[in-house]
Design a protein around this ligand. Structure first.
Ligand SMILES: *Cc1c(COP(=O)(O)O)cnc(C)c1O
Length: 452
């Protein structure tokens, strides 16, 4: 008979937890497969930890979002927010679906071009556009969304030298009735800055004002805020038409729709509180349709949704390294996924489950990552079944921002795999290794020689 494992008995305070509206979850549903591919097989083939993306979920979610808007409004164009996930294969899926590119740096601009997006279908946002970035954007006819006056003046200066009309929009920030009000990006609506910017652009023969843009925040759970923002941009468009007889071509409502992840401290799970694409679409298109913009000048509605399009498609698979008792008797589980690979764990209560359950008793557990740092906490408190070293875990809804904001720290970043529609897995990013990590290091000659 196999020798039973001994564990020192502990006295544990019964922790009733904080039930939400529906009480405490009493069972944990394991995730053994992703799109019918076994988690165990994926980890065996590609190593642990491992990022997995579902191409089917990416495409299905995109189609759901697109149809929510397209069924309500005649002219809709999505642009994939590169910073949310700019692995080339991921961007290509969105481009195949018809999405343009939304970039916020010269680096992302170059990525979009290399992915085959024509310059005229790249939206160039962000406060940091170098002179060279702007020159290239004007040259290629990209849509430059001006963030501040210094950028506006720089375009005024360089556009005549290039001999091409710069296609510009202004980013506008406004009070939409929610907190926080992101006033650091773009020109303010209420204090007149946005109108002043328009009045500087319009008389300039080297600039064409093609659109109006806003991005009111991120993880927004209030569709009505979008309704207010849309109405304000539409009013600005009408005012431009009145004064200049000029019709802007598009209104870009940015991104920011909440995903189904649960924020730390939230009373209800995000999957219950997250508004649907229909809710957002209704608020935005309703405000556009009811605006005073003339019918035959109906602008195209641009959307730059990031988080809400890809969060659900991403999974992070990992392996249990150890079990430990903390001083207060609480169980702790150490897994090979650290906060460097799961940046979003700083603000989300990530949904983490075992790949397989052997034992149904759940215990109050803290889940730690493998980094030698006290902040490396994946879940501070969760009712979790007892797992052993070598058991596998799955973290759901990690597709947004984790594959761009990940940090290389004390170990190599793992592989990223996509599961295609047929259920075949493909590596879309290799793991780092000693060679790739050292490729950029340089040793000055006087430090080359060490003798210990
Ligand atoms: C980050 C960003 C987005 C995407 O935001 P999500 O919250 O991920 O939807 C869209 N537009 C701009 C300008 C951004 O900076």
């Amino acid at each position: 008979m196999e020798k039973l494992k001994f564990e020192r008995p502990v006295i544990n305070r019964i922790n009733a937890g904080v039930p939400d509206k529906f009480g405490m979850a009493t069972t944990v549903q394991p995730i053994s497969h992703i799109d019918e591919v076994a988690v165990q097989d994926l980890l065996e083939q590609y190593g642990s930890p491992l990022y997995v993306l579902s191409e089917k979920t990416i495409r299905d979610t995109y189609k759901e979002a697109y149809s929510a808007f397209k069924t309500r409004y005649p002219k809709v164009q999505f642009a994939w927010s590169y910073k949310t996930n700019y692995l080339n294969a991921v961007c290509k899926v969105y481009h195949q679906e018809g999405s343009w590119a939304e970039v916020v740096s010269g680096f992302e601009f170059e990525k979009a071009l290399a992915n085959g997006v024509p310059g005229s279908k790249i939206i160039f946002n962000g406060p940091d556009k170098s002179k060279e970035d702007l020159e290239r954007a004007i040259e290629l006819g990209a849509l430059i969304h001006i963030d501040h006056y210094d950028e506006l003046y720089e375009i005024m200066e360089i556009a005549p030298k290039i001999g091409k009309t710069a296609k510009v929009a202004i980013r506008v920030n406004m009070d939409t009735g929610i907190y926080p009000h992101w006033d650091r990006f773009g020109f303010n609506y209420e204090n007149g800055d946005a109108w002043t910017a328009v009045n500087k652009i319009m008389p300039d023969p080297n600039m064409e004002l093609v659109g109006l843009h806003t991005h009111i925040g991120t993880y927004i759970m209030t569709p009505s805020a979008y309704g207010i923002a849309t109405a304000k941009l539409a009013a600005l468009a009408v005012r431009i038409d009145q004064k200049y007889k000029h019709n802007i071509k598009y209104i870009d409502m940015g991104g920011g729709f909440a995903s189904k992840n649960t924020l730390k401290g939230a009373y209800l799970p995000g999957s219950d509180t997250c508004p649907s694409f229909d809710d957002f679409a209704e608020a935005i298109t309703g405000a556009l349709i009811n605006s005073d913009i003339q019918y035959d000048h109906t602008p195209t509605l641009f959307l730059e949704t990031g988080r809400a399009l890809i969060d659900d498609a991403g999974y992070l698979l990992g392996t249990v390294l150890a079990n430990k008792r903390l001083l207060d008797g609480r169980r702790s589980l150490i897994i090979d996924i650290g906060v460097n690979n799961l940046f979003t764990s700083f603000w989300y209560e990530h949904h983490i489950v075992p790949a397989r359950i052997k034992q149904f008793d759940a215990e109050d557990t803290t889940i730690y990552g493998p980094l030698c740092m006290n902040i490396d906490i994946i879940r501070a408190a969760i009712q979790f079944p007892v797992l052993e070293k070598g058991d596998q875990v799955v973290i759901k809804r990690i597709g947004a921002y984790n594959m761009t904001q990940w940090m290389q720290f004390i170990t190599y970043r793992p592989k990223v795999v996509i599961i295609d529609i047929q259920g075949n897995s493909h590596i879309i990013r290799e793991n780092e290794n000693h060679e790739t990590m050292n490729a950029l290091d340089r040793i000055p000659e006087h430090l080359d020689n060490i003798q210990l």
